[in-house]
Design a binder for this molecule. Structure first.
Ligand code: FRU
Length: 510
């Protein structure tokens, strides 16, 4: 039986589809990603509800279908059998109940005991109906689906918390003993950023369990989009996005920053923190990562590349925000210190299929001489390999350049800074600045050209940089009109390098 609230829900979904189709027909093409997940048009932020269900990967995301600005949140949806060829699905969730009146905020998914797909999201209301000035009213809600595409809303599972300004972004998982856990990002009554833990025996009724984690930084007043998962050796990662920390050196430079701590934990007991907070990614645009388990047991993660600050140039094209490439998360050690390593999911290389053969160039880059290695390279992978012990170079760069206006984004191993950097100082469009991940040379095995590498995953508006010596650095790159050339430069010292350029195909199923 279809009741009136369900009718309104269906109506809101239909309206949203009309808006997004209209936007798609007018969307610009200069920076729209060829192979990253983005909405057909409009705004997106956090990845939501990541799961493998019914033989497909499902990626939902925070979505405002009516404009390229943040607005009342919906859940957009794409799915895939292989993580690289994506199918557009209808918008999954839209505001329609009193409790999600001002937005269907972030959340997660898991298979329920009865085999349906259950999603948990934050029902958001502004207390004054307009903005945060008088606080938020945030509750956690459930919706279920038999096919992973069409959802029925089931209402509130965690009520509003008295005296709490922010409580949102439920991330759920099933423990081995059949117990279900949920972590929630909370601004405590003392204004501290915390992760709260809830427990359920049926994935429907949830009880408060404990405060799993409080950020030791007193400036952090809210931890958005928390995630918690085992990484091996008895360790768990708690990943979260602290609101409030001040910029220090290379850290916390973005309006929004995501990081993690590692600790020992047995489900239900006290979390013992082992490592200090560390960024997940050091780029200009990386936020709200969410992880999930692939059927083969790998822990995969997507983040959001975007910004709540000044509008990004892509908004001129009628869209804003994309997700990162899927990344595999693994436990690694620097000596005895554990850390997370994020590498592109192995599937990403399949984007090369049917996209043309790789081009390889190997030789000596003489000092201070720019070498052009591709005339136009809009999307694909650039692998740069060299031996850091065999060069006096101060800075070895891949320069992504627009010859028409001369704008350039530099991706470099900067030996003086001791970092892998993305330098947007000479970018033509969008926010500038340098971001960079510290290089750790201890972990490098062997010598020769393969000793150190930079792996750039390039799309029409972005570059994600991976290295065997540093954490990832992910940033937008808004090229000028015309060709996008790739150049190499070794400053104040020559370097022997091997560079492999592999174009990628588009990701969208028609
Ligand atoms: C993080 C966030 C979440 C919230 C959502 C709203 O980017 O602020 O905490 O659920 O975005 O769109």
């Amino acid at each position: 039986m279809v009741d009136s609230s369900d009718k309104l829900f269906q109506h809101r979904l239909e309206q949203a589809e009309i808006a997004v189709s209209r936007g798609e027909a007018q969307r610009g093409t200069r920076w729209y990603p060829g192979w990253h997940i983005a909405a057909r048009s409009g705004w997106i932020n956090d990845p939501n509800g990541l799961c493998f269900y019914g033989g497909r990967y499902h990626v939902f995301f925070q979505h405002h279908p009516y404009s390229p600005e943040w607005g009342p949140m919906h859940w957009g949806h794409v799915s895939s059998t292989d993580l690289v060829r994506w199918r557009r699905e209808p918008i999954a969730l839209a505001p329609s109940l009193e409790e999600d009146r001002d937005g269907v905020f972030s959340g997660s998914a898991m298979e329920a005991p009865d085999g349906t797909l259950a999603v948990y999201y934050t029902g958001h209301r502004w207390r004054n109906g307009r903005n945060e000035d008088d606080g938020n009213l945030q509750v956690q809600c459930r919706a279920v689906s038999r096919d992973g595409i069409h959802f029925v809303k089931k209402g509130i599972v965690v009520a509003a918390l008295d005296g709490v300004r922010h409580s949102r972004d439920p991330k759920v998982w099933r423990a081995h003993d059949g117990v279900y856990w949920m972590v929630l990002g909370v601004c405590s009554r003392q204004n501290r950023g915390e992760v709260w833990l809830y427990r359920s025996h049926d994935a429907v009724a949830w009880d408060y369990h404990s405060v799993l984690y409080q950020d030791p930084d007193p400036d952090a007043f809210m931890l958005e989009c928390p995630d918690a998962f085992p990484v091996g050796d008895g360790l768990w990662a708690i990943v979260y996005c602290p609101m409030g920390p001040k910029p220090v050196g290379w850290r916390n430079r973005n309006g929004h920053n995501a990081g993690y701590v590692l600790g020992t934990w047995r489900e239900g007991e006290v979390f013992q923190q082992v490592t200090d907070y560390a960024p997940v990614d050091w780029g200009h645009e990386f936020y709200a990562p969410q992880s999930f388990l692939a059927p083969d047991g790998r822990r995969l993660l997507f983040g959001w590349m975007g910004s709540f600050g000044a509008p990004l140039p892509c908004a001129q094209e009628g869209w804003s925000g994309q997700l990162t490439a899927p990344r595999e998360v693994r436990l690694r050690y620097d000596g005895t210190r554990p850390r997370l390593e994020l590498v592109p999911a192995a599937e990403v290389t399949r984007l090369a299929e049917g996209a043309g053969a790789p081009e390889v160039w190997e030789g000596e880059l003489s000092a201070n001489t720019v070498r052009r290695i591709a005339a136009d390279f809009p999307q694909g992978e650039i692998l740069l390999e060299w031996d850091p012990a065999a060069t006096q170079s101060e800075r070895l760069s891949v320069r992504l350049r627009s010859p028409e206006d001369g704008s350039t984004v530099v991706v470099a191993w900067d030996d003086l800074a001791g970092r892998i950097v993305v330098d947007r100082g000479a970018a033509g469009q969008g926010p500038r600045g340098v971001r960079g991940a510290p290089v750790n040379r201890d972990g490098l095995g062997g010598t020769g050209l393969g000793a150190m590498h930079l792996r750039l995953l390039v799309d029409r508006g972005s570059v994600e940089v991976f290295s065997n010596a540093a954490d990832p650095v992910s940033s937008y790159w808004f090229a000028g009109l015309g060709d996008r050339t790739v150049e190499l430069l070794s400053e104040n010292g020559s370097t022997g390098v091997r560079v492999t350029l592999q174009p990628f195909r588009d990701a969208w199923e028609q």
